[in-house]
Design a protein around this ligand. Sequence first.
Ligand code: GAF
Length: 391
Amino acid sequence: MTLHPNEPLADLASDAKSQLKHFFGSEASFIAAAPGRVNLIGEHIDYCDGFVLPLAIERYIVIAAAPNGRDEVRLRSVGQPEAVIPLGEKVGLGEPKWGNYVRGVIAGFQARGHQIPGFDACFVSSVPSGGGLSSSAALECAVATLLEGLLDTTLDTKEKALLAQKAEHEFAGVPCGIMDQFASAFGKKDQLILIDCQSGEPELVPFINPDLEILVANTCVSHDLSDGGYAARRKDTEDGLAAIGKDSWRDATMADVEAAKEAMGDRVYRRSRHVVGEIERTITAAECFKNNDYADIGRLMKASHDSLRDDFNVSCPELDLMVSIAEEIGIGGGVLGSRMTGGGFGGSTVTLCRREEAREIATAMHERYLAKTNITPEIFATRPAQGAHLL
Ligand code: GAF
């Protein structure tokens, strides 16, 4: 199968409910779902006050849960060790590692004065883990949504996304920007999310053209953003901004970057060139989507990928190969544009294509990638999906 289907949310929910029954013997009182995301353009600039243009994808983490009357939380997820979180005191880091995402969100609610009731929960997921599609943000936003249900409270969506981002910073050790948690929390069917990362305001941009398809190709080469590469990039951009002497990247121009080239040194110069260029490209690309005019989109996506590969150094041979296969197919074969998406160091590419040719394009990408790498990729199509919600 070269174009993987997206498992319906109802099937994921019924799977999570059966697991809750099987492992804990209880019926679900709450079912929460939150999607992963794919970013069309605007990479590694959410922590530089830039603009980003992601969408929530039709891939979800779903949690079925029930109160357990105990002073602890018990968690099960396929292929992971059981996690138990004692609730007597302020929740901190613990083992196993995956439970820390949940701990981080619980800590966020505790910090807001909430008393967390003991509960049991089972997690199922259709967001590929390590695929650069924000499975961790989906997990955090799903847990936050579940806690809203259990506590009978509703957080403002922005507050919920920021709470989830804090969990990622403090409990997963990744100093991420706001894109992933915003996309998972604010996702809307048929809408892209243009996020102004300076003001923290999302704007919905309709994506309703029936002739277009978004293909996500997971190279199945996995990444770990907590291993230091991500934090190092973020630090480089801070050094770049300091060398320019401005308060925000939003006020910086390419001329500023060139003027500070010597003071920056080559690496920070290239990182800075990426930031200024990518902010410009994202603003232009957002206009293309708003005007339903895609003449420039291929050029913008290519320039974004090239800059991430050559200046920001977050691509890898497998991502470059997947993008070059899509580029070979080209506009004649129905590909409008393609680039790596997400944090990089492995993960996925995003390809905008004509819907009519999507299946053929996915087949060609699958076959050529497999032939060259001996790795079977996972390719799926998605429309913009609904963000975190209770079912
Ligand atoms: C990761 C981060 F979590 C995001 O905040 C963003 O910086 C992205 O990498 C790169 O655009 O997904």
